[in-house]
Design a protein around this ligand. Structure first.
Ligand code: UDP
Length: 358
């Protein structure tokens, strides 16, 4: 393989693209990046390109803020134009967003092979837009780069063993990113320096399933405010959650609510916190990388290994459950798990080697 087009658009994809882009460069594969614009604010996009040595996108599509269908359709149309003009050897997509789905569909219909990073993850909840995006993307991809043995098993259970697919358990690219950038971690300026030495909860919330239903979102905010009476809660607020609070006039009290932070700041927060509370997929794993317990504010997780290892508790959306699990786990930091299901931190190199051989 000589050249590849990578489609990214949302924050976690920038983070995953950083180690992979480096590995592709080192393997001598020419990469052009298409940024769909799904996330384009300075603190949701630029900061990651600047701090994480990600090559400047060659195409910026500026597509955001539309309904799922309109957004995916517009991305599909625009990505197809680029692929027809550039004729890459392959297209690389990450995770489970509308940008992932649009990139995979545009490429597969042009018979350009697709490499899917984070293939095989399943929540088994088809009401989640992410689950729809990832299952369809897997189906039309050639390289299914799985982060864990569970992801491989999920694909096998769906009958994926066929010569049309190359299923590889390469390890988790987010582990590569954490290992590489850990040394550069930086405490966020918006927070008092004194907080760093105290136990605190690191929280994020961004999913449609957390914010859309007014009862669920109100319950989650109440849980955070209740916890904050016992331990400071630091919450870098995602634009979707901020907007929902503005529209509904919600003003949770007692929380350190700050704007989204860059990855280096996030690593400092992960390193110093006592416990993580989140609905994020990526943050559940990062909590594990730092030996912190994660209270997952959802009813299911794609990262079932973490629950099996006792490092992650599914709390759903109930104030009572979140409060009681917090009480059990809040001072458990520095835990080490019996196993490390996410590989050795060489997922990016593994993928670059497999793609190069094509
Ligand atoms: N993250 C970040 N700044 C923030 C919040 C999250 O850099 O203010 C990082 C986080 O450390 C993780 C990634 O963003 O690496 C997770 O992204 P997100 O929660 O948006 O998506 P998901 O992982 O659920 O797909």
């Amino acid at each position: 393989m000589k050249n590849i087009i990578t489609v990214v658009g949302a924050r976690p994809q920038f983070i995953k693209a950083s180690p992979v882009s480096r590995a592709l460069r080192e393997a001598g594969i020419e990469e052009s990046i298409v940024h769909t614009g799904q996330h384009s604010d300075a603190n949701m996009s630029d900061v990651f390109f600047d701090e994480m040595e990600i090559p400047e996108p060659q195409h910026f599509l500026g597509i955001s803020g539309l309904t799922h269908g309109a957004m995916t359709g517009e991305m599909l149309r625009r990505i197809e134009e680029i692929l027809i003009a550039k004729k890459p050897d392959a297209v690389l997509v990450y995770g489970d967003t509308n940008s992932t789905l649009a990139g995979a569909l545009a490429a597969s219909k042009l018979h350009i092979p697709v490499a899917h990073v984070e293939a095989g993850l399943r929540s088994f909840n088809m009401r989640m837009p992410e689950e729809i995006n990832r299952t369809v993307t897997d189906r039309v991809s050639k390289w299914l780069f799985c982060p864990t043995a569970t992801a491989v098993k999920n694909l096998e259970n769906e009958g994926y063993r066929s010569p049309a697919y190359q299923i590889e358990n390469v390890g988790d690219v987010m582990f590569d990113a954490t290992l590489y950038f850990k040394k550069k971690a930086r405490w966020p300026k918006e927070l008092p320096a004194s907080l760093q030495a105290k136990p605190f909860v690191l929280c994020t919330l961004h999913r449609q399933e957390s914010t859309e239903d007014p009862k669920v979102f109100a319950e989650l905010l109440q849980a955070l405010s209740t916890i904050a009476r016992e331990m400071p809660v630091v919450w870098p607020v995602h634009p979707r959650a901020r907007k929902t609070m503005e529209v509904r006039g919600l003003k949770p009290t007692g929380l350190h609510m700050i704007a989204p932070v860059g990855y280096l700041e996030m690593l400092a927060l992960l390193d110093s916190c006592a416990i993580v509370a989140t609905d994020s997929g990526g943050l559940q794993k990062e909590a594990f990388f730092f030996g912190k317990h994660c209270l997952t504010l959802r009813t299911e997780t794609e990262w079932v290994e973490l629950v099996e290892l006792g490092m992650n508790t599914l709390c759903g959306h109930s104030v009572e459950k979140i409060k009681s699990e917090f009480a059990i786990h809040c001072l458990n930091s520095g835990k080490t798990a019996a196993a490390s299901p996410f590989g050795k931190g060489d997922a990016s190199d593994n993928m670059a080697r497999l793609l190069k051989a094509y």
